[in-house]
Design a protein around this ligand. Structure first.
Ligand code: LLP
Length: 435
């Protein structure tokens, strides 16, 4: 469920008219709903109430400071993949002690930063990384708390580019070598074995692969508990969301209309399947959801620049592009497009929704049926709150889009649109080219 809906025929984020946001702050702009984030967080927490659970928001999905602060206020912990994300969490008022630090390529500087800040756990992805962390912790006179990421070799049945738990992926240590990795960790003087971690992929729409992965690693987790007295098991993130019919999915009626078996993966189903498997361990369970918490809590607001009628094709050319929302170009991802002003009497239009970037791949949707839309009118891409702004780039010297945070009838810009000056601030022409 989410809080984007029409009031009359005007699309609102909670109590805020999106046309007003566009008028005041321009487009393209990401707009986030605080209430949707809070609902998602509480619903997931409630679904896992039978466990000693810690929800670590995967910051890579959306690392805007306002969003991070909102999560800190809600009581969330954080899952980080860079020193930059750690600094963001701290800047937002979050606590390092509530953060876990993952990633296959942690640098010396990042490891030192995380050790100094006192993260709850390093999620270690290789033996050389373990040795590096041990060495740097020794230099700083600290003991580094770690969990090894095990790769359960389970097919998450999601997009190839977001599958992580197969043995051919670069992530984690295969289950069959994990015991040796823990034995090696136990010998290192500046390492404290604190937990175990896994993550099989993102945008999973069925609970089966989660269950399969947990069942597969459970005996090993229990063994770690006996041998090393580990305190936690992080089961990663990956709960999928609704992209198709995203606007309607905010309504109960939509939900009731979905045939049994085709309903999206819910936190309740996830909790019901995993709780009986995990509860007997008596361990703290960490979850690292990104998309589930913020995906449907954000939209990308955009304006039509031109409507170009080609040979047998209509192109709706938007002021948003693949640099603002990369998912369609990168993963062929589907994002629903809806008009800010809905008028039922308008005819339908079949069009390609494209951006202005000079690449054929800069296409959000091909042959999409939408309400007829004209130059200067507004629309939004739904479900853009996860991996939207965080994956945006400046390709074609386009400024990073603005971000607006909505709560009830209040809204504020929480990231101003970049200016040309800030975009080129680090660049210079060397003296030898000026002669
Ligand atoms: N934990 C780990 C170790 C991860 O690698 C990820 C995501 C998460 C948690 C959070 O997964 P989530 O709950 O959001 O599914 N850019 C892609 C998604 C990449 C996911 C990378 N890892 C997309 O836009 O679909």
């Amino acid at each position: 469920m989410h809080h984007f809906h029409y009031v009359g025929n005007q699309l609102h984020a909670e109590g805020v008219d999106l046309a007003a946001v566009a008028r005041l702050h321009g487009t393209p702009t990401y707009v986030y709903s605080a209430q949707t984030i809070a609902d998602n967080y509480r619903r997931l927490a409630a679904s896992l109430a039978g466990l000693d659970v810690r929800i670590c928001f995967a910051c890579k999905a959306n690392s805007n400071l306002a969003v991070l602060r909102h999560f800190a206020n809600l009581g969330a912990a954080f899952d980080l993949v860079s020193g930059g994300e750690l600094r963001r969490v701290l800047a937002a008022g979050g606590r390092a002690e509530d953060s876990v630090f993952a990633g296959v390529g942690k640098t010396d500087a990042e490891i030192r930063l995380a050790l100094g800040a006192g993260v709850y756990g390093f999620h270690v992805e290789s033996e050389p990384e373990l040795e590096r962390i041990n060495h740097l912790a020794g230099q700083l006179g600290k003991k580094a708390p770690i969990a090894i990421r095990i790769n359960p070799d389970v097919d998450a049945k999601t997009h190839a580019k977001i599958t992580t738990g197969k043995s051919e992926n670069k992530f984690g240590i295969p289950l069959k070598y994990a015991a040796a990795a823990y034995a090696a960790a136990a010998k290192l003087p500046h390492i404290e074995i604190r937990g175990v971690q896994m993550h099989i992929g993102s945008q999973l729409t069925k609970v089966g692969p989660f269950v399969e992965a947990v069942e597969k690693v459970l005996p090993f987790v229990a063994e770690l508990q006996r041998t090393y007295g580990i305190r936690y098991f992080s089961v990663g993130g990956g709960i999928g969301i609704v992209y198709q019919d995203a606007l309607a999915s905010g309504q109960q009626a939509w939900w009731d209309a979905q045939p049994e078996g085709e309903r999206p993966l819910t936190p309740e189903a996830y909790g019901a399947a995993l709780t009986p498997l995990l509860a007997p361990l008596g361990l703290k369970i960490l979850l690292e959801p990104g998309r589930f918490l913020v995906g449907n809590a954000g939209v990308l607001l955009t304006r039509v620049e031109y409507v170009k009628r080609g040979h047998g094709k209509t192109f709706v050319i938007l002021d948003a592009a693949m640099n603002d929302l990369a998912r369609p170009a990168m993963y062929d991802a589907y994002h629903e497009f809806v008009p800010v002003v809905r008028e039922t009497e308008r005819p339908a239009l079949k069009a390609d929704l494209v951006g202005p970037v000079c690449e054929s791949g800069d296409c959000f949707a091909k042959d999409r049926m939408i309400q007829e839309i004209g130059e200067g009118e507004l629309g939004v891409f739904m479900s853009a709150g996860a991996y939207g702004h965080t994956m945006a780039s400046r390709y074609n010297t386009r400024a990073l889009p603005a971000e607006v945070f909505v709560s009830g009838t209040r809204f504020e810009v929480v990231n101003v649109r970049e200016t040309f000056e800030t975009m080129i601030a680090g660049e210079k022409i060397p003296g030898f080219l000026k002669a």
